[in-house]
Design a protein around this ligand. Structure first.
Ligand code: COA
Length: 374
């Protein structure tokens, strides 16, 4: 066996998957064989969630049943709702998401059953309840009355309703839906691999998703969409952008929302999300962030040949929609639950314990001296 170390598992293929395919050479991403941008154009998020979880696009009847099931599972237990009200107001919502899913695991009657059927029942509950838990915290931390879910609203409409008490224009809801579709799945990224690693010891789905949320929180992964907004807020206005980004590069800073482990000449999801960011900016009559976006992007490509990733356009899009910045990554969570779950189910179906090796570089064998001899 070769002793070569592949730090960060760079370039290592660890397993097979049928869920999605990332093709950096042709700048494409497919979910179960369908191009993500086609799904954005022709489907709503629930259809794509069904596709990721079940392998096929739903017909009308299947979609109807799926939506019914999701809507039926939205209600939180009294205990979870009361717990959320007691969470520290300054807690990061990603930690709230992680804790909420963990509590759901304590309450779920199927927790110990990892059969495919039980896993699917648990997925539907986590998928339906996590947005409700997050929206409850969104309001309770501001001292606002929690708004319960409404069963006549779609997944995206309901999220707006629970956070803001109203559903925005159709175009805004569509842009949000598109962002969820683009965030839903992306092969063996760090949070998905975390979920699969946890699953590989035959642990349960709540544990795997809790771990995946912790992984997604980091700024090198999902947390980047929040960091992008912090960066844009620091830049403040388009007139400052050129100087700001040049200085950041002179200082050798990492610029959030740029670069990718797999895509080296552009993230396949960016063009679609960039288009919807523009639509939202137009509706909101606020072009400031678009201008900053374009200037920073141009310099990053000209000076470093580093392209934006999907977190770059989603950050300012969510801001224009009115979401608090620390809710950007939790929005990523409510979508990626579908991708994580599909991978957890896939891992369970053909499991092999994930257990790599390490090259030891610590002290060589030493003799233990008694306490009084040290
Ligand atoms: N800003 C500035 N320089 C960057 C950069 C960025 N966002 N992303 C990569 N680079 C540079 C690195 O400094 C490195 O330069 P060097 O060879 O001179 O040291 C080179 O590009 C390779 O980057 P590296 O970090 O080794 O690539 P990676 O595949 O390990 O990392 C990321 C990928 C995503 C971790 C990295 O691009 C990054 O930190 N991006 C910002 C965070 C982000 O947006 N994350 C969301 C990803 S979807």
């Amino acid at each position: 066996m070769s002793d070569e170390i592949k730090k960060g598992l760079l370039g290592i293929i660890v397993d097979e998957t049928e869920v999605s395919k990332v093709m950096p050479e042709i700048n494409s991403l497919t979910y179960r064989g369908y191009a993500a941008q086609d799904l954005c154009a022709k489907c709503k998020f629930e259809e794509v969630a069904y596709l990721i979880l079940n392998g096929e696009l739903p017909n009308k009847k299947q979609l109807n049943n799926f939506e019914k099931q999701e809507r039926k599972e939205r209600k939180l237990s009294k205990t979870l709702l009361e717990d959320i009200k007691k969470f520290p107001k300054k807690a990061h919502p990603m930690d709230v998401a992680r804790t909420a899913v963990s509590i759901m695991g304590l309450e779920d009657k199927d927790t110990k059953d990892n059969s495919p059927k039980a896993n699917m029942r648990k997925v539907m509950r986590i998928f339906a309840k996590t947005p409700v838990a997050l929206a409850a915290f969104y309001r309770s931390r501001k001292g606002q009355k929690i708004i319960p879910p409404k069963n006549n609203l779609s997944f995206s409409e309901n999220f707006f309703h629970m956070c803001f008490g109203k559903v925005p224009d159709k175009e805004i809801v569509k842009a949000f839906d598109v962002s969820l579709i683009l965030y839903a799945e992306h092969s063996f990224n760090v949070s998905t691999f975390t979920a699969r690693t946890i699953t590989s010891s035959l642990s349960d789905i709540h544990g795997a998703i809790t771990g995946a949320i912790a992984s997604l929180k980091g700024p090198l992964h999902g947390g980047a969409n929040e960091e992008v907004m912090h960066m844009m807020n620091k830049i403040k206005k388009p007139e400052n952008a050129l100087q700001w980004i040049n200085k950041a590069l002179d200082n050798k800073d990492v610029v959030m929302g740029f670069g990718h482990r797999v895509y080296k000449s552009g993230d396949s999801r960016v063009p679609t999300m960039r288009e919807y960011f523009g639509k939202v900016a137009k509706i909101k009559k606020d072009k400031k962030f678009e201008k900053i976006y374009d200037i920073v992007e141009k310099v990053m490509i000209d000076r470093k040949n580093i392209h934006p990733n999907v977190d770059y356009p989603t950050g300012p899009t969510y801001h224009l929609m009115g979401f608090d910045t620390d809710f950007f990554t939790p929005i990523f969570v409510i979508s990626r639950i579908t991708g994580w779950s599909a991978h957890i189910i896939e891992q369970h179906a053909a499991n092999k314990l994930i257990r790599p090796l390490a090259s030891y570089k610590g002290n060589q064998h030493r003799k233990v001296l008694q306490l009084n001899q040290r």
